[in-house]
Design a protein around this ligand. Structure first.
Ligand code: MRU
Length: 353
């Protein structure tokens, strides 16, 4: 089954259709977004999630914003609408840079169109913005496949692979990043077992990664987050591979909370730790991971597990959604362009130039 996490349905008057990931694995439901507020809510509440997928959703959000204007409206109104949409969508989740990368790219493209075609109207602008959103979506699909092809050699047949959160098709417009590496290894008939951390508090590993891998016929075992160390000690884990939400110029990598602890455990046990991400996940404007904004989420995500309350009312809760793994703990970053071994500022710069 091909998983299409998000899809634009129709032409310029169309809508954004998403798999509602909040309901998986119990229910496979689609959500249709027809205004920018719905796209914002879908991102904020993790109906659509994962750094690249959020970027693509943001890009399509612009088209939805422009639909409120008549086709013959002036370009100034169109540009104002784009800026409003960018401000609103950009305030949904701060950590994954792909959202801001996609919003900036579409805005730049629209501004160039306006300079080149000062007499055009919003109808023309909509076409250009939709084309650019489609291009971002298609490129993401292609990048995912190439990440998988560049990384599959790191999976040794007969081994164990540990992953955290969900960096699969559900997190991108293609076949994922970390999971793409697994899908490509599986295509080559390699046999391996994936350990999927359940990834509290929102269980993306248990709900989404296990679901995707099981669909693909890949051997997957769900573990609680606190079991990773013992599995490593027992020699069951040959490599760790995760996705990324933002990679600083020096290779420091923000990803789902718990990734940093895994990198420390991997280092301690002499296990390679890989990050798989497209070049749109790099933020060369920041030197190190210390400058990456970390999203703080609602206390109730920790106070409750699903509908069940698991911590008392009134106690303090700490719920950062992401952490930063220092570049020094990363064996290699796998991108659509190739592999950055032992990433550092020079290595990242040389890879992306
Ligand atoms: O909060 P989420 O579910 O959006 O977090 C997602 C992750 O941390 C993924 O690992 C990351 O976005 C990479 S997705 C290819």
């Amino acid at each position: 089954m091909v998983i299409r996490t998000l899809e634009w349905v129709g032409g310029v008057d169309g809508l954004l259709e998403l798999i509602d990931q909040r309901k998986l694995p119990g229910e496979f439901a689609k959500l249709q977004c027809r205004d920018v507020g719905q796209v914002y809510d879908a991102i904020k509440t993790l109906a659509v999630r994962g750094a690249p997928a959020v970027g693509v959703a943001g890009a399509y959000g612009f088209v939805i914003g422009l639909q409120r204007l008549p086709a013959d409206a002036a370009l100034e109104q169109g540009l104002a609408s784009l800026h409003d949409s960018a401000d609103h969508l950009g305030s949904s989740r701060p950590t994954a840079v792909n959202l801001f990368w996609a919003l900036d790219r579409v805005k730049r493209c629209a501004e160039e169109f306006v300079v080149r075609n000062p007499n055009a109207d919003v109808g023309g602008l909509r076409e250009v913005v939709l084309d650019e959103a489609h291009a971002i979506c298609r490129e993401d699909e292609d990048m995912c496949r190439r990440i998988g092809q560049n990384g599959e050699r790191f999976i040794k047949g007969g081994g164990g692979v540990l992953t955290h959160c969900n960096a699969g098709a559900l997190a991108t417009a293609g076949q994922g990043t970390a999971l793409s590496v697994m899908f490509e290894a599986h295509k080559k008939s390699k046999r391996f077992r994936v350990y999927a951390d359940e990834t509290r508090p929102l269980l993306q590993g248990a709900r989404l990664t296990a679901w995707e891998l099981a669909q693909a016929g890949i051997d997957v075992t769900v573990i609680c987050d606190n079991m990773a160390g013992v599995l490593m000690r027992q020699g069951k884990v040959d490599m760790v591979i995760t996705g990324a939400d933002r990679i600083a110029a020096n290779g420091d990598t923000a990803n789902k909370i718990g990734t940093y602890s895994l990198s420390v455990l991997a280092e301690h046990h002499g296990i390679p730790f890989y990050v798989a991400a497209p070049s749109s996940t790099f933020d060369l404007n920041i030197e190190s991971g210390e400058q990456i904004p970390i999203e703080q989420r609602s206390a109730d995500e920790v106070r409750f597990c699903g509908d069940k309350q698991t911590a008392p009312d009134g106690v303090d809760i700490y719920n950062p959604a992401f952490d930063v793994t220092p570049a020094g703990n990363i064996t290699a970053i796998i991108t659509e362009r190739g592999v950055i071994e032992r990433p550092g500022t020079e290595e990242v710069r040389a890879h992306l130039k």
